[in-house]
Write a protein that binds this ligand. Structure first.
Ligand code: FE2
Length: 287
């Protein structure tokens, strides 16, 4: 089993881990879930997080082959399009993103110019689709539940799981966004936990609440033993009850409205208006 090189960059503002996975220095890389900085108070974007990713590519002399989104994130804006403009590569996401685009086209009452066919992305992955990152064999694994369109990306002995499992002491991703489903997430996680025990699981977020240091890597064995929501032996019914009770207490993420509007466009801004400024919408009393 190939053991890819992985470098992770954590954004404290959104608690997001962006990963660079590559075959060797001077080789080929994929970036998973890059963050575009966004100041909710001013509406201003910035690229400090994304620039760190770009600097790492340059330092390791890596060719950016893929920019992979595990899903349309609700907690941060994607830097996929900006990174592509700087370094090339194809932007990929799961093919069911078309469902998410349909849901949010209605929420934001987007016009005919917003296509719901995934064409904003360069590649739509099917479940179990194989691809390469340089010499590394990779595979897309459909893991919906948090949203209808979540993909995990398996690269050698590592799997980038997106918003499914979190660190064992944090548990699992919420399932209460439009199109989310706790039973579906349970089934998706069983798929991840059926992988070999020593499989490295690379997470999308960390929210430690007990003072431990930020972490973004676990293993199948650790999750089966210790995940507070989904350790081995928890039934689907128990998980659904626990997940739905917890979700009922959660507020919407701070950035869900701006994030979704960019992320269903692969991180592109909406078209600028006649004054050259791009605007986002706020639907009142919808979410
Ligand atoms: Fe998410």
């Amino acid at each position: 089993m190939p053991k890819p090189e992985i470098a992770t960059f954590f954004d404290p503002a959104t608690a997001t881990a962006s990963h660079v996975v590559y075959d060797h220095p001077g080789g080929h890389a994929a970036i998973i879930d890059p963050v575009l900085d966004y100041d909710a108070k001013s509406g201003r974007t910035a690229r400090h997080n994304a620039q760190q990713l770009l600097d790492f590519l340059h330092a390791q002399r890596l060719t950016l082959q893929w920019i992979l989104e595990t899903h349309a994130h609700a907690d941060h804006l994607s830097a996929a399009t900006w990174l592509q403009q700087q370094a090339g590569g194809l932007i990929g996401i799961g093919q069911d993103i078309v469902q998410v685009q349909g849901i949010f086209k209605a929420v934001f009452n987007l016009g005919h110019d917003f296509a719901t066919d995934g064409s904003q992305f360069d590649h739509l992955f099917a479940d179990e689709e194989d691809f390469y990152i340089g010499t590394l064999p990779a595979r897309a694994l459909s893991v919906p539940g948090h949203t209808p369109a979540d993909m995990a990306y398996q690269v050698g002995d590592a799997v980038f799981v997106g918003d499914t499992l979190f660190m064992p002491d944090v548990g699992s991703a919420r399932c209460d966004f439009p199109g989310g489903n706790a039973a579906t997430l349970y089934q998706s996680v069983q798929r991840l936990l059926a992988l070999p025990d020593d499989t490295r699981l690379l997470l999308c977020h960390d929210y430690p609440n007990n003072g431990r240091a930020i972490a973004w890597q676990s293993t199948v064995a650790e999750q089966k033993q210790h995940n507070i929501h989904l350790h081995q032996g928890i039934s689907q019914a128990d998980f659904i009850a626990l997940r739905e009770a917890r979700d009922a207490t959660l507020e919407m993420p701070l950035l869900i409205l701006p994030a979704i509007q960019l992320n269903i466009r692969a991180g592109r801004f909406p078209a600028a208006e006649s004054n050259g400024v791009a605007y986002l919408k706020i639907p009142l009393d919808m979410l």
